[in-house]
Design a protein around this ligand. Structure first.
Ligand code: FAD
Length: 494
């Protein structure tokens, strides 16, 4: 019997990891990426001797990648070196205090002791609480395609379904964090984890407090050489398994006949396929790639996108030893920052500034006397009326000014610059309104309203990536690829 053919749309990590699994299962796989380079939001830029990761900078749950390599029949350690990061992040608070956060419990407690002695015991309790949410929810929300009724209704899931109140869905992240900690700086620090999937800590359900457990309980990692090495390694594995990868190949349509997909149209030509695995943003795909199907499209367009971002890549001609590999310079009013972003869809007047400097770990990423700064600001998703060129220039000045006040006067040290605005994220990666994590988790029901991994309307159509279940971030999109492929394999056997 001939191998069944799968057309994979997009070369982000959800799709690429899915393509690997499909090839390993014996499917004949063609992957189409519209850009000249694979990787989507995990990407790389080299500018005048400075090398940058342009998207993701922190890796969590590396075991998800190990499992992918195992499944594919390869040994991850032969391809990639994961380095545990300590401190995971250096926090600069608006009152001038600085704290190093660590997954090493003793170090973290010592850091909290220095900042707010009364909160040391609270940290112990908070971690236990976050671990409990993880224990109760990870199987259902991270490893199961929850829209598949039969898979959800397994006896092992009942304990979660019956103990829903224990996963804290009715309070917001901020309300719950504030019940544990008394120090407003620590509240801000732990609130921040809602942004890991692009959400607002003042709206998102406290179930997202699973994220600090993932970081402090399981650790934060860097990929030696840069996060983009992950994409390169997966490309090698995909090619070894026979995936045919086409770059600069935009899928113009996902073709269907009588509610069954029949292939994709690329460069005006139809490529026949038995299944389509779409790793492009699912909202954009339903709007632009899939004809017909108006009702679900309207519903999807009502889902709130995640935050977007503004990224400055700066080649800095100086060393800044007071900065760590990962740094956060907090705004003085987090609530106001998120109100501007989500409620008013405005560029925040005083953004929190994230700075990642991989040359701290890999010296060759910058010239000997310099550093490669990746600077990320949370931004609203695209809304009519925003003028991003103007905002880019305003934000550059705001960031420089704030850094100068902290003793990092870099304006005259910048040798090269590249900037990505929400419009760039929208154009480069075809992400819905420039969102960088797909759909926000600002409502209690988002986990269930996220787009399923298998289309309910079109037979043979499956989805992976940050806009579908279980959500955005490197490990989760790889898990989405796994879920979609499991469903394809099961459907093939029917
Ligand atoms: C600035 C930034 C910082 C981040 N930081 C982190 C972090 O520290 N840690 C973390 O875990 N995650 C982080 N993330 C999120 C993470 O990078 C993403 O969730 C993840 O990489 C998205 O993968 P995906 O599978 O959804 O595909 P995407 O990366 O969205 O890629 C989709 C691909 O499909 C292609 N495509 C779209 N339409 C078509 C078409 N019609 N035809 C062909 N190709 C098409 C696009 O060009 C793109 O390459 C960050 C993201 C950004 C942008």
């Amino acid at each position: 019997m001939e191998n069944k053919r799968v057309a994979v749309v997009g070369g982000g990590l959800g799709a690429l990891s899915g393509a690997i699994r499909l090839a390993r299962l014996g499917f004949s796989v063609q992957l189409f990426e519209k850009n000249p380079k694979i990787g989507g939001k995990v990407n790389e830029a080299v500018l005048d001797g400075y090398r940058f990761d342009t998207g993701a900078s922190l890796l969590t749950m590396p075991f998800v990648i190990d499992e992918l390599f195992d499944f594919a029949g390869f040994n991850r350690a032969d391809y990639l070196d994961f380095v545990s990061i300590d401190p995971i992040c250096r926090y600069f608070f608006s009152d001038g205090s600085v704290m190093d956060a660590s997954a090493d419990k003793a170090k973290m407690k010592a850091a909290i002791q220095e900042l707010s002695p009364d909160d040391v015991e609270a940290y112990e309790r908070f971690l236990k609480y976050a671990e409990r949410i993880h224990t109760l929810t990870s199987e259902i929300f991270m490893f199961t395609p929850i829209h598949e009724f039969k898979k959800l209704m397994k006896p092992r899931h009942f304990q979660t379904l019956f103990k829903l109140h224990q996963i804290d869905p009715f309070r917001t992240v901020h309300q719950s964090v504030s019940r544990f900690f008394s120090d407003r700086r620590l509240i801000q620090l732990f609130d921040r984890y809602a942004t890991y999937n692009g959400s607002d800590p003042f709206q998102a359900p406290a179930t997202l407090n699973i994220i600090p457990y993932v970081e402090y309980g399981l650790g934060g990692y860097y990929v030696k050489g840069g996060i983009y090495r992950l994409v390169e390694a997966l490309m090698k594995v995909a090619c070894e398994l026979g995936v045919q990868v086409h770059t600069s190949a935009k899928v113009e349509k996902i073709c269907h006949e009588r509610k069954r997909v029949s292939g994709v149209r690329v460069n005006g030509k139809k490529v026949e396929a038995d299944y389509v695995l779409c790793g492009a943003d699912a909202v954009v795909a339903y709007n632009e790639l899939i004809d017909g199907h108006h009702k679900p499209r309207e519903r999807l367009n009502r889902l709130e996108p995640s935050v977007s971002g503004m990224v400055f890549l700066w080649g800095v001609r100086a060393k800044h030893p007071k900065l760590a590999h990962h740094n956060i310079i907090f705004s003085s009013d987090y609530d106001a920052e998120f109100k501007q972003i989500f409620k008013h869809r405005q560029v925040p007047d005083e953004p929190t500034i994230y700075i990642a400097i991989t040359s701290k770990a890999d010296a060759e990423h910058a010239p000997a006397a310099g550093e490669n700064w990746f600077v990320l600001l949370n931004m609203p998703y695209i809304t009519p009326g925003q003028i991003w060129e103007k905002e880019r220039d305003r934000m550059r000045s705001v960031v420089w000014e704030k850094l100068k006040r902290l003793g990092f006067d870099i304006a005259d040290q910048i040798e090269v610059e590249q900037v990505y605005t929400p419009e760039d994220f929208s154009e480069l990666y075809a992400s819905n309104q420039g969102s960088i994590y797909g759909i926000s988790s600002n409502s209690k029901t988002t986990a269930f309203r996220r787009i399923p991994n298998r289309s309910r309307t079109f037979h043979g159509l499956y989805f992976a990536g940050g806009s579908v279940h279980p959500g955005g971030g490197i490990p989760l999109v790889i898990l989405s690829g796994k879920m979609a492929v499991t469903l394809i394999a099961e459907d093939q056997e029917k």
